[in-house]
Each structure stands twice: as structure tokens, then as C-alpha cells.
Design a protein around this ligand. Structure first.
Ligand code: HEM
Length: 283
């Protein structure tokens, strides 16, 4: 398969993957299968997918570098745009929940801190999606990179919004925060460590510890729970899987995928070399 064909198929599969959650949600809503509170279910589902796609779009550059697979660059933009679209749908469903009363919506956003920061994150995501085109990239020149750096504060705000609305069940938010920590730590790692195994091991340890700290700090500061109890929960087999354990598993999965990819590339190179030696006689 040529590189152009690979990019075509990757783009197609990505587009289908990005549309599937929305299609599934719309279909279940249409069939009345979302339970007694469909609007609440839809608000949560669209919020979850916005965060998932936001983290995925941030993961494309590290994955391209560690897996040495260039085509991933060609789907980063559309995953980011999808995150913004799911976040817009999330807001629209919230507006629907407020019976389209925009004054109530604006008052709630101004009054409730978690909605205010969600709104700021949404504004940033929309600005980034609109300016993600080649045209805007040319127009903004060096400022384009500066503007698109906003993705990190936007992701941070989205995760804090996720934490606050989770109230006491912060497991999923802590998991998302751990993954974001992995992505941010990757950015601050020295260049030569970013694609090396020691670098990936450091990231696994760093992101796991960061998740434990987020969880303990949140429960300690917001719910007044002794952080030592939260730390102890992380080694209690009955309470598995904890968010930090899921982050560790995801980080180890990345190392395994990188190892498999490198093994495959090495085997491919060896096979090509042997094939050339066998088929092209040396004079
Ligand atoms: C004006 C902007 C926003 C509004 C009005 C809004 C509103 C809401 C509301 C009402 C909830 C449910 C709270 C509850 O049930 O107690 C929620 C949850 C959530 N929102 Fe937002 N949100 C906004 C922006 C965002 C953005 C930009 C993201 C992500 C990129 C996001 C991600 C989430 C997530 C992940 C949840 C939790 C879903 C779950 O628990 O499964 N929100 N939001």
C-alpha cells in the first residue's frame, strides 16, 4: 500500500470512528433507549466524548514520534475539530435542558464556576477548530503556533470542569487527568528521551504518581478525606481498578505497542535486506 493510500484509509477510518458515538447516541435517543433522563445521559455522553477526542488529538504528536508513523499527523486536525463539535453539541443539549431559555443559560454559566470554566474551554476549542485550516495557518504565520498552544489550558479547564461536576465519584475525571499528565510530561521531556524506552518508563511512573496525587489532593481538599486513605486505596486489591492503575496500564500498553512496532519495523528491514541479497546477484 502506498503512503497516499494509507493516509486515505486512515482518514476514512478516523472519520467513521469520530461520527460513530454521535450516531449511536442519536439512534438510541430516537429509539427512546436512553432511560428516564435522556437529556442528562446525552449531556454526559457528549462531554465524555469531547474529552476523549481532545486527549486523542493531543496524543497524535507523541504517537507519531514514538511509533515513527507519519500518517497520524493527517488525522490530528480532524480529531481536534471533532472534540470541538462534541463540546458544542454538549452545550446545545444543556441549552435544550434549560428549555432554550438563553437568559437562564447565561446566568448559570456566569454563576456556577464549573460551567464558567467549561464555557472558557469551549470558546478556546471553537477558536482552535475555526483557525485549524491551512488558510488560517498561512494568515497567522508564527502566531498560529502560539494560538494553538491554547489547547493545553483548554484541556486543563475541561478536566477541572469534569472533576467538579463529578462531585464525589471522580474516578473517570482522575483517569482523564492522569492521561493529560502523561501528554504534558511528554512535552516537557528532553527531545532525546521522548522516543526512548527510559523516557517512556519515566512517563509511566510520572503520570501514575500524578494521578495518585490528583486523586488524593481532590478528596483531601474538597471532601476532607485523609489523603493517606486514598493512597491506601490504591494498593487495596478489592478497590481495583483505581484511576492511577488504569493510567499505569495505559502507559505500559503504549510501551508494548511501541516495542511491537519497532520489532515489526526491524523485522521488515531485515526481510527486505535478505530479499535483496537473494534476488539481486552480486557480481
Ligand atoms: C458552556 C460550556 C459547557 C457547559 C454549559 C457544560 C455543562 C455541563 C453539564 C450541565 C454537565 C453535567 C453536570 C451534572 O450532571 O451534574 C457537564 C458534564 C461534563 N462536561 Fe460539560 N459543559 C460545558 C463545556 C464542556 C467542555 C468544553 C467539555 C470538554 C471538552 C466538557 C466536558 C464535560 C464532561 C467530561 C462532563 C462529565 C460527563 C460524565 O460525567 O460522564 N464540558 N457539563
Amino acid at each position: 500500500m502506498t503512503t497516499q493510500q494509507k493516509i486515505f484509509w486512515l482518514r476514512l477510518v478516523t472519520l467513521v470512528g469520530l461520527c460513530l458515538p454521535a450516531a449511536e447516541l442519536a439512534w438510541r435517543w430516537f429509539l427512546d433507549e436512553l432511560g428516564a433522563r435522556p437529556v442528562t445521559v446525552a449531556t454526559h455522553a457528549t462531554g465524555d466524548w469531547a474529552v476523549i477526542f481532545l486527549l486523542m488529538s493531543l496524543a497524535m504528536t507523541p504517537l507519531r514520534a514514538t511509533l515513527d508513523w507519519m500518517p497520524l499527523v493527517h488525522v490530528r486536525r480532524r480529531i481536534g475539530v471533532a472534540a470541538a463539535l462534541y463540546a458544542i453539541a454538549h452545550l446545545l443539549i444543556y441549552v435544550l435542558d434549560q428549555k432554550w431559555n438563553l437568559i437562564v443559560v447565561a446566568t448559570e454559566i456566569a454563576k456556577r464556576f464549573y460551567l464558567t470554566i467549561g464555557f472558557v474551554a469551549l470558546l478556546a476549542l471553537v477558536a482552535l477548530a475555526v483557525t485549524s485550516t491551512d488558510g488560517w495557518q498561512k494568515r497567522l504565520k508564527r502566531n498560529w503556533k502560539r494560538l494553538h498552544w491554547l489547547i493545553y489550558p483548554a484541556a486543563l479547564l475541561a478536566i477541572v470542569h469534569f472533576f467538579i461536576q463529578s462531585k464525589v465519584k471522580i474516578g473517570e475525571a482522575a483517569f482523564a487527568a492522569g492521561l493529560l499528565a502523561w501528554l504534558l510530561l511528554w512535552r516537557v521531556l528532553p527531545q532525546r528521551l521522548r522516543t526512548s524506552y527510559p523516557g517512556l518508563v519515566l512517563l509511566a511512573i510520572g503520570a501514575t504518581l500524578a494521578t495518585v496525587v490528583f486523586e488524593a489532593a481532590w478528596y483531601g481538599l474538597v471532601n476532607g478525606i485523609d489523603p493517606m486513605r486514598v493512597l491506601a486505596a490504591n494498593i487495596d486489591p478489592e478497590l481495583m481498578p483505581r484511576p492511577a492503575q488504569k493510567v499505569l496500564l495505559a502507559s505500559v500498553a503504549i510501551i508494548a505497542i511501541v516495542a511491537a512496532r519497532r520489532g515489526f519495523l526491524a523485522a521488515n528491514r531485515l526481510w527486505t535486506k535478505r530479499y535483496i541479497q537473494r534476488t539481486i546477484p552480486t557480481s
